[in-house]
Design a protein around this ligand. Sequence first.
Ligand SMILES: Cc1cc2nc3c(=O)[nH]c(=O)nc-3n(C[C@H](O)[C@H](O)[C@H](O)COP(=O)(O)O)c2cc1C
Length: 423
Amino acid sequence: MSVPVTTSEEPARELPRPVAEIAAGTSIDPRIAALVPGFDAPFFQAGLAGYSDGAMRLLARRHGAPFCVTEALLDRTLINGGKGRRKEDPDLIATECGMGEIEDNRAATLDDHPIAGQIMGTDPGEMADGSRILLSMGYEVIDVNLACPVKKIRRSNRGGHFLAVPDEAIRVLESVRRATPASVPCTVKLRRSYDDTPEMVRAFERIFDAAYDLGYAWTTVHCRTVVQRYEGPGRWEFLSALTAKHPERLVFGSGDVWSVDDIFAMLEICRVQAVSVARGCIGNPWIFRQARELMAGRPALPPSIEEQGCVLRAHFDLARVIHGERSAGQRMRKFGIRFARHHPGESEVKAAFIRCETPAQWFEVIDHWYGVSEAKAPSVPLAVSATSARRKTSPSSSRSPQASTERTSSTRSPIAASDPAAA
Ligand SMILES: Cc1cc2nc3c(=O)[nH]c(=O)nc-3n(C[C@H](O)[C@H](O)[C@H](O)COP(=O)(O)O)c2cc1C
């Protein structure tokens, strides 16, 4: 199954005041900062199976993401030390929610903190054992996935399936919480319900209440149903109603966060305490820098083409360390396609990435379209706000700053600027 990446069905959302004003008055809820030192801004990088490995996380952090969640890791994968996963669910790997590799999700370096290790499974006992393994891997938070909509996962009683069987879901939550020392926050990823029937709506409420009763620090609620998968707009009104009903609880929001403006719109409209950035940050680590800039009262500038090229190279270098050259090449093809949307010659750049069969060809695309050769690229991407202060494009004012400003970047590289296809 392919996962929709566009935002065409998203409803227009009215904001009572400009995004820049909302962002400038935004800070982290002190309860979150106290629970997870270092979680110092009200947004984070979501778990994204097939994408959010150590390489993507480190890039997100270098651009300002204060907290990241791993891909969902199967309890049995953890218990078997990584063995058996491919045999069990061969068609799910790297396509959608569910099946992270242990090695991809181990905190990448000392910089890859704070981080939540996300666990998914069926049996409460195995979930508890898996959580203990996650703890030994050094995650600061244990996040339980009760949200994954993949059919195979549902059939084997995992992920979003649990939203239809609240007693079983609560047993899993209880077991993981009991296996985890009180000093380590447990959290849970939910969908707004299994489906829209009254019975399932009640089931959600039971599980949601039980999580807090059991001592879970926060829930992250994806405002689509399990049945809805990734289709159709997320129901932000659901999140607004949930937080209005439970103002004392920490609730994080997920669904239809495509741009930096969406982060602050969700905070303002839904009154969640933090926003989960998911598809909106694939090939777009700048969303985190832009959010930091807006919070500091500065304009949210788009990345220059040269900067895009440097980040693509840095991403490949990190992926190479984690996955090895060949596998990094395969992964980076799909990332290149997602990064291409920032480039003025989007369709040509995308086509060029799609044609890549070897890492060498991939680097030729970077060289040609971004004007960044190996000699020119810094070994690490630029730090938060270091480059943006130097650029002079206009501030973010529209709903989607990427769409409105990136194509008019004044800092295009010589090669891209002189290529008619890039204009
Ligand atoms: C390819 C893909 C993989 C995902 N993997 C995970 C995962 O491993 N764990 C998780 O909690 N959510 C996962 N999600 C769900 C996202 O974190 C997020 O809740 C969802 O995409 C809705 O947000 P969005 O509409 O802003 O993308 C995944 C979503 C996608 C598209």
